[in-house]
Write a protein that binds this ligand. Sequence first.
Ligand SMILES: *[C@@H]1O[C@H](CO)[C@@H](O)[C@H](O)[C@H]1NC(C)=O
Ligand SMILES: *[C@@H]1O[C@H](CO)[C@@H](O)[C@H](O)[C@H]1NC(C)=O
Length: 415
Amino acid sequence: MKLLFILVVALVGSAIADDDADEKVWTEDEVEDILASATSDATATVPVLIANNGYTAETHYVTTDDGYILQMHRIPATPTSAASDDKPVVFLMHGLLSSSADWVIMGPGKGFAYILADAGYDVWMGNARGNTYSKNHTTLTDFTGKDFWYFDWHQIGYYDLPAMIDYALDTTGQEKLFYMGHSQGTTSFYVMASMRTDYNDKIKAMFSLAPVAYMSNLKSPVLQLAATFVTSLTSLFKLIGVYEFLPTSTFLSKVGATFCNDDALTQVLCSNILFMLAGYNKAQLNATMLPTILGHTPAGASSRQIVHYGQEVRSGKFRYYDQGWISNLWNYGSISAPDYDLSAITAPVHLLYSDNDWMAAVTDVTQLYSELGNPIEMYRVLDGKWNHLDYLWGINAKELVYDPIISMIETNYSD
Ligand SMILES: *[C@@H]1O[C@H](CO)[C@@H](O)[C@H](O)[C@H]1NC(C)=O
Ligand SMILES: *[C@@H]1O[C@H](CO)[C@@H](O)[C@H](O)[C@H]1NC(C)=O
C-alpha cells in the first residue's frame, strides 16, 4: 500500500504553484515576517470581521430536516446602503473546506460579500454542515463520530441548501433569490436543483464560480491521487481520516515533500490542505492577506466529501455516492450509482470558468454546460492563469469576476 502510494505520488507529481520565471521567489525571512504580521482578523469570526468594517452583521440559525443546525451570516446594510425590504437577496455558498469567511476575508471593496452589499443587495452567506460555524445538531452531541460525519456534498445539496434558501426567503418576504456558489457551492446546487426541482422556481439566476460537476479532466494532483485510492476505501480513510477529513501527517508530509519543493511561500501553503488540493497562482495571491486566509481555512469537511469527489474523478460521471454494488442495488435499485439529472435544472445558470482551474477543467465545464436544463452562458475569466481559489481571493477578482456578474444581473435580471 505504502509503495503504491509513493509510486502514485511520483507519477502525478508537479509543484502546487504554477512556476513562472519572472515571479518573485520568497525567502524564509520574508515569509516569516508576513506570518508574524497576523492581525486579529485571522481569528475573528465572520460577524465580527463584518462589524469591524462598519457593516451590519447578523447571525441566523437554521435547522435542516435531518437535524443539522447551520449558521448563516447576513449583511443587510452597509455604510452606504441602508437596510430595506426591497433589496434583492443574494445567497453565497462557499466551497469544500471553506466557510462564509471566503466572501469577506479580503475586506470592503475586495470581498464579494461587501461588493454586493455596497451595490444594494441583501447578502446572505451559507455554512455547510460540518464546517466551523455549522458543527451542531439537534440530537447528535459527538461531533467527532461516525453519525455526525456520515454525509457528503449530496446531503449539503439535498438538505442544507433548501433549508437555508427557505430561511432567507421567509425572513425577507421575497420569493426568489440570486444564488452564487464557488466550487462545491456549485456542486451542491446542482444536486439540489436536479433532485428537489421545486427549488428551481426560487432562483432568479444561479452563478457558478469554478463549476464542479464532471471531474475526469481535473488537474489537481492531490485529488487525482486521492481518486486512485477510491477503490480501496479503507486505505484512503486511513490516510485522510475516517469521519472528519483530517489528513494524517504521513499523507501531508509525503504529498508535501513531492509537490512543495518550491520557495518558502509555497512551503507554507503546502501545510494547508486547501491550497494543496487546489494549487495557487502566485500572480493573484496577496501575501499580506495570507495569515487571515490561513486563519479561516480549512474550515472542516467530511472525508466522504473527498471520497465522493474522488469517485467522480474516476467514473467520469456526475452521480450519487457509490456505495458498492450491493448497497447501490439496495438503496438505488441499480448496480451503479445513478447519475444526477442535470437537465432537470430549470433555473437559469451562468458558468464562470477559467483555463487554468485545477478543479474545473474547461472540457468538464463544457460538458456540464451542454447538459444543463437552462444554461445561459459560459463566461471565461480573462486571465489565462486564473486558478480555483482566485475566485475568492485573487487580487483582480473584482474586475475579472464580481463586476461582470453584477453587470450581468443589472442587464438581464433587474425588474
Ligand atoms: C447549537 O445549537 C443550539 C440550539 O440551537 C444552541 O443553543 C447552541 O448554542 C449551538 N452551539 C453552537 C456551538 O453553535
Ligand atoms: C494586499 O493586501 C493589503 C492588506 O489588505 C493591501 O493593503 C494591499 O493593497 C493589497 N495588495 C494588492 C496588490 O492588492
